[in-house]
Design a binder for this molecule. Structure first.
Ligand code: 5GP
Length: 207
């Protein structure tokens, strides 16, 4: 029997190094798949449609909202971001473990709908370091950086309702902690009920 997949939702303020941590988690855990969100923002250099995001127009995104396609969606920095409910359910039902990289408002919505999900917040070591990392990325104007920094500071307050917090001071340590969270969550009794029931019924047959 296939156990339902596990859904790990990771949030972090921009510049916390979340994308790198998520990439490393996916590379280390072949059973895990990245949940590709929809967005109305244009692709950045090196981003691939269907892999990093499904890039769609604002009109297309709005039609999808009207059709109720998203399990959660937000307007963030003037652009839409959302998670397709059907894609998510299909993959989980097939036993795929999913990694969602979404901001706290969307994550909160997910928590209401997927209580069994695991919610992880990646913390930057300090606000100074966060600002430095935002500036170093080099693909945004100083105004856009300031906006992201202000939002990042307010998003930090959300950390308390998450199940886990990982401090990204040292990348290897942070990745290791996230992998440990994933592996421990996979061993939760409540997630192994199919296998446990199967085992128990074969014990009964044996005696
Ligand atoms: P970026 O434009 O830098 O790729 O993403 C901006 C923010 O949007 C990030 O914090 C990212 O986690 C978040 N995000 C990406 N996809 C989704 C989504 O489907 N839903 C929500 N709520 N946030 C998303």
């Amino acid at each position: 029997m296939t156990e339902k997949g596990l859904c790990i939702v990771v949030s972090a303020p921009s510049g916390s190094g979340k994308s790198t941590i998520c990439r490393r988690l996916l590379a280390a855990c072949p059973d895990m798949e990245f949940s590709v969100s929809f967005t109305s923002r244009p692709p950045r250099p090196n981003e691939i449609d269907g892999k990093d995001y499904h890039f769609v127009s604002r009109e297309d995104f709005q039609r999808r909202i009207e059709r109720g396609e998203f399990v959660e969606w937000v307007e963030n920095y003037g652009e839409f971001y959302g998670t397709s409910g059907r894609a998510l359910q299909d993959l989980l039902r097939r036993g795929k473990d999913l990694l969602l990289d979404i901001e706290p408002r969307g994550a909160k919505e997910m928590k209401k709908k997927f209580q069994e999900g695991v919610f992880v917040f990646v913390l930057p070591p300090s606000l100074d370091e966060l600002l430095k990392r935002l500036q170093k990325r080099g693909h945004e104007t100083p105004e856009a950086i300031q906006k992201r920094f202000a939002q990042a500071a307010s998003e930090l307050e959300e950390v308390l309702w998450y199940d886990y917090a990982v401090m990204n001071d040292d990348l290897d340590t942070a990745v290791g902690q996230l992998i440990a969270i994933y592996r421990a969550e996979k061993c939760r009794t409540s997630r192994l009920l199919g296998a446990i029931n199967h085992l128990c019924s074969s014990i009964k047959k044996e005696v």
